[in-house]
Design a protein. Structure first.
Length: 364
């Protein structure tokens, strides 16, 4: 019971010092660590341009992991690393909203919308219960379920604020989703060609089952590019749009659970309880920017530059998250999260294929 309370609520002792405010945090020397993360993030982005088969996000998190466990990281870099892992990650998620135009997605037909909703909901629920059956920590299971069912690292970041997961769990979930998403770059086109799918169904398969937008774009490019590529990205972007309702519902569910808890345990003498917001501020930003994208009021040149900035924030954050993973912690996780990632990937592929067989693929 106490563990649940700590995960679901911010608890502060009255009359005692509280956590440092954002302003106090920024007063620390964040620049050395932040600049290092930014340089590596930019280098990984450049690598992604010349070698798209290797995900820039995957490379960034692997480099961070290697640096943490093979090198001695100076203490002076830690404040900046923390800012990159949290703030830049959230800014990257918020800016992702500008890539989602609801009017364009709706033009693909209701079949795609139904397919994406089924893919997200069934994969999330199935992954969560499989993870619990495997005995994996609930917070980590929730992060994995979110990343694999919705939109990869961005979904993990979106859910993190709701479940109050540690940075190591976040990094582990991101590493898994990026790893299996990279594998999907080859698997998606292979299934498309083996089954002799139409362009619309192939785009639905790749966009509906690949974990991240960049990975979906790479897979669709390998499958044939052109109209298949643009359609697959649109299918994927609607899955991204589902991040907001999932975060909201999960936050609502967490709040509802408080009703079964004895108030005496929550409101002890001298204790103040703060409920988490149903939607973190950066997810609200994501929603606002999504509607701005739908209104199509931002010039394409500016939108393209913002997209590059979003990718830069996300890749930089991936390196910082990699720096938060200690090999000892991964050993404690064991092989079960890896097995869950495999199961989750298979589940979402099967769900999308089932929807396609029912005639719910994109019409192009």
């Amino acid at each position: 019971m106490n563990n649940f309370i700590k995960k679901s609520f911010h608890i502060e002792r009255l009359g005692t010092p509280t956590a440092k405010s954002p302003v106090q945090t920024l007063k620390r020397n964040i620049w050395p660590g932040l600049i290092i993360c930014a340089i590596i993030g930019l280098a990984c982005m450049i690598e992604g341009v010349y070698f798209p088969a290797l995900s820039a996000n995957l490379l960034a998190i692997l480099l961070g992991f290697a640096a943490r466990n093979l090198l001695s990281i100076p203490e002076t870099l830690e404040p900046g690393i923390g800012v990159a892992a949290k703030r830049l990650l959230r800014w990257g998620v918020a800016l992702l909203g500008l890539q989602v135009s609801l009017s364009t997605v709706l033009g693909l037909g209701w079949g795609v919308i139904i397919t994406d909703i089924c893919a997200v909901s069934i994969t999330f629920v199935a992954t969560f219960f499989l993870g619990r059956l495997l005995g994996i920590d609930e917070d980590l299971v929730t992060l994995i379920a979110s990343g694999f069912s919705i939109c990869g690292a961005a979904a993990v970041a979106g859910i993190q604020g709701t479940v109050k997961a540690t940075e190591e769990k976040v990094a582990a979930a991101v590493a898994l989703v990026v790893l299996f998403g990279t594998i999907m770059i080859g698997v998606g086109p292979l299934i498309y060609h083996l089954l002799g799918m139409s362009l619309g169904n192939g785009a639905t398969l790749i966009g509906g089952s690949t974990h991240e937008v960049a990975q979906a774009a790479a897979a669709a490019g390998i499958a044939g590019g052109g109209v298949l590529l643009t359609t697959a990205i649109l299918v994927k972007l609607f899955r991204v749009a589902l991040l907001a309702p999932v975060v909201f519902l999960l936050g609502l569910f967490r709040r509802k659970e408080v009703e079964i808890i004895d108030k005496h345990e929550l409101y002890q003498e001298g204790t103040k309880v703060k409920r988490p917001a149903l939607l973190p501020l950066f997810v609200v930003g994501f929603i606002i920017l999504m509607f701005i994208a739908t209104l199509n009021i931002i010039p394409k040149s500016i939108a393209a530059n913002i997209k590059l900035l979003q990718q830069f924030f996300l890749t930089t954050a991936m390196f910082a998250l990699g720096l938060g993973v200690h090999i000892k912690s991964l050993r404690k996780l064991g092989f079960k999260p890896l097995l869950l990632g495999l199961f989750s990937t298979i589940i979402i592929i099967l769900v999308v294929l089932a929807c396609i067989s029912l005639g719910l693929g994109a019409h192009i």
